[in-house]
Design a protein around this ligand. Structure first.
Ligand code: PEP
Ligand code: MN
Length: 338
């Protein structure tokens, strides 16, 4: 249920309503927008007669929120959320590009990747230190050593860093280093991991599960937010379909659908969506045109030598050309490239 306040309602009027709701054992989520203040109510709705709220001066109307996700719901917060990632805003009209290798392989490989990302205009460096690989015999990541290289790359280049966490232990370690905790597609419904990340205040990049519906994905975001961390960035990375010419199928519709249902920012990963390097530019520009708030792209100094996801990684020159196209197109769709 949400309570929409009149545009003329002041602080005291809003507080009186909140007090009344909380006195009935329900939780409140306040969204003070430029135009309208919305009080979101979470909990057992039967505890309160919402009709009676109209006796409060300042209440305009109440409305049920039928969806299972509340804090992630646009009805709870009308304005798009911009998430502050150590000073870089994700969402709310900007277009942010995160780039870097699939996996951190060595200090040199990571620093070369970081400079390639930086020199072409990316704001953030990606790089996996804990790798959830399909085969247990594939490279599993450098773990904390990899995160140390990421932090060094941040010091050298100024790029913010994003890295995947695959376990509660990995969150504890990564929390010391990263600007964004990444939850991978395979862990989107790992509820313990979601809750654990929710107890940090570190922004979370939440990838869509391989076969997850938008509703399941937004409920995964809700798990993080309901623990107190509202800094969630959604990431569409392609879903499983019958099509085999690409690694996954980029669900481009997910962008306007998310914009319709949620206030959270959404970025796109065209690398894992396609699995094919030469398709990455088209999917990137399509995502920008469809309203995405940014991209996360795999870039490797020498893709042929990459230990993972070489075939979908761009080399520095290809990434640089793509960034030129992004900068040309962004103003046409009302986005500011940071
Ligand atoms: C990744 O970004 O390195 C990754 C493993 O992606 P996904 O979780 O989308 O498969
Ligand atoms: Mn990868």
């Amino acid at each position: 249920m949400i309570v929409i306040m009149k545009p003329t309602a002041g602080k005291a009027e809003t507080e009186a309503v909140i007090e009344h709701i909380e006195a009935h054992g329900l939780k409140v989520h306040l969204s003070e927008g430029e135009m309208v203040t919305i009080i979101g109510v979470v909990g057992d709705k039967s505890k309160l007669d919402f009709q009676n709220l109209s006796i409060f001066e300042g209440v305009d109307r109440t409305m049920p929120v039928t969806e299972s996700f509340k804090l992630a719901n646009k009805k709870f917060k009308a304005e798009p959320t911009a998430i502050d990632v150590s000073g870089v805003k994700v969402g709310g009209g900007t277009f942010v590009v995160m780039a870097g290798p699939c996996a951190v392989e060595s200090k040199k490989q990571l620093l070369d990747s970081a400079w390639a990302a930086k020199n072409s205009g990316a704001q953030m460096l990606r790089g996996g230190a804990y790798k959830p690989r399909t085969s247990p015999y594939s490279f599993q990541g450098l773990e904390e050593e990899g995160l140390q290289y990421m932090a060094e790359a941040r010091t050298e280049t100024g790029l913010k860093i994003v890295s995947e966490v695959t376990s509660l232990h990995a969150v504890e370690v990564a929390a010391k280093y990263v600007d964004i905790l990444q939850i991978g597609a395979r862990n989107m419904q790992n509820y313990e991991l979601l809750k654990y990340c929710g107890r940090t205040k570190i922004p979370v990049l939440l990838k869509r599960g391989l076969s997850a519906t938008v509703e399941e994905w937004l409920n995964a975001a809700e798990y993080i937010m309901s623990e107190g961390n509202e800094n969630v960035i959604l990431c569409e990375r392609g879903i499983r379909t019958y099509e085999t010419s690409t690694r996954n199928t980029l669900d481009i519709s997910a962008i306007p659908v998310i914009k319709d249902k949620s206030h959270l920012p959404i970025i796109v990963d065209p690398s894992h969506a396609s699995g094919v390097r030469r398709y990455v530019p088209a999917l990137s520009l399509a995502s920008l045109a469809a309203g995405a708030d940014g991209l996360i792209i795999e870039v490797h100094p020498e893709p042929a030598k990459a230990v993972s996801d070489g075939p979908q990684s761009l080399n520095p020159a290809q990434f640089s050309r793509l960034m030129d196209s992004i900068r040309q197109m962004a103003p046409l769709v009302g986005k500011e490239v940071l």
